[in-house]
Design a protein around this ligand. Structure first.
Ligand code: KDO
Length: 336
């Protein structure tokens, strides 16, 4: 993968800076390592938390002694959704950012926040590893000063309710206080599903469900297990409304301090981390419904076509769709 953000001048500058930092005669280990701080809201047991260890170990092998990767899970360093701003300011080097985080600053990207657009994880990889990904990631790098390095399948989002109820069509979610992460792009998705969206940070969802301040939440099922939401909910409704992706991204400030070889190694490590997550998450999703049933949960299948129609109509008539680059929806649909 190419690093989209680097102008020729920046690359030359970065190489010169690195050259200055390497003192002849000193072994590599004695020289200072470049600190790469990672912040993510992911809980330790989730694949997209564990993937950072894969990233770190991959880099320790390919570039021994060159980087100090510091992994901060459960939003312990930066609050969920604040990572892109922290990276742009130079206070954070790496995170896995969502399409929703990106859409705030790159409205064209909101096409990937819309329900029922991407079909499955294989198509998601093809989209982002092909020309569409190259174009969209360049936009991200130019506008956000942060460069996506790899695409992580977060899973397919499902509705998860505190109390069981019949849910066939979006109207059945009327009045349900459905927790969504706290941005208008997320709230729009909750509304499109027919619910009453309520913003709440991921770290507060378990208690919100337990205490009843929210009636439900939506997340991919491996996350429902890893964050133990099944302990405080009774039903999973298999709406499959969003094949969700997050993007391992690095601040352009950090990239500017690296040699071309280092950039390459960091990119390869980010791809290995994503591959580890994707493989394990897809495997887990294929078997996980059994786990919830054993836990005594009701797992129900709604009229997915009714949800699809309603959600797609909401998006196509929205302000968001006006920002989607001309022809992009057709190009996405043509990726098989
Ligand atoms: C969530 O808050 O529901 C969400 O799934 C949104 C994602 O973009 C991502 O931030 C994720 O939480 C966290 O990594 C926790 O799994």
């Amino acid at each position: 993968m190419t690093i989209h953000s680097m102008t020729r001048r920046k690359v030359l500058g970065a190489t010169a800076a690195l050259g200055a930092a390497v003192l002849p005669g000193l072994p590599a280990l004695a020289q200072s390592k470049m600190v790469l701080r990672v912040s993510t809201p992911a809980v330790p047991d989730d694949w997209h938390a564990k993937m950072w260890t894969v990233f770190k170990e991959n880099l320790e092998k390919s570039a021994p002694g060159e980087f100090d990767v510091q992994i901060n899970l459960s939003a312990s360093l930066f609050k969920q959704g604040t990572e892109p701003a922290a990276m742009a300011r130079g206070n954070l080097e790496l995170s896995s950012i969502s399409a929703f985080d990106i859409a705030k600053l790159v409205p064209e990207f909101s096409i990937f926040t819309a329900g029922y657009i991407v079909h499955d994880p294989a198509q998601q990889q093809k989209i982002f590893n092909g020309p569409i990904g190259t174009e969209m990631f360049k936009m991200v790098s130019d506008k956000m000063d942060v460069t996506p390095l790899s695409t992580v399948y977060l899973g397919t989002r499902q509705v998860n309710l505190r109390d069981a109820r019949p849910v066939k069509v979006p109207a059945d979610l009327k009045g349900v206080k459905l927790r969504m992460p706290g941005s208008k792009e997320w709230l729009f998705l909750g509304e499109a599903l027919g619910a009453t969206p309520t913003p709440l940070a991921f770290g507060e969802v378990y208690l919100g469900l337990k205490s009843g301040t929210i009636d439900g939440q939506d997340n991919p099922l491996p996350t429902v297990r890893a964050a133990k939401f099944y302990e405080v909910t009774k039903q999973i409704v298999l709406t499959s409304h969003l094949v969700d992706g997050i993007f391992i991204s690095i601040s352009n400030k950090a990239l500017a301090g690296m040699s071309a070889a280092q950039k390459q190694k960091v990119t390869v490590a980010a791809q290995a981390a994503a591959a580890y997550n994707n493989e394990n998450r897809i495997k887990e999703e294929a078997q996980i419904v059994e786990f919830f049933k054993k836990e005594g949960m009701q797992v129900t299948t709604p009229d997915v076509d009714a949800f699809r129609k309603s959600v797609q109509t909401a998006y196509l008539n929205s302000e968001y769709a006006k920002e989607w680059p001309k022809g992009l929806l057709d190009r996405i649909n043509a990726v098989k």
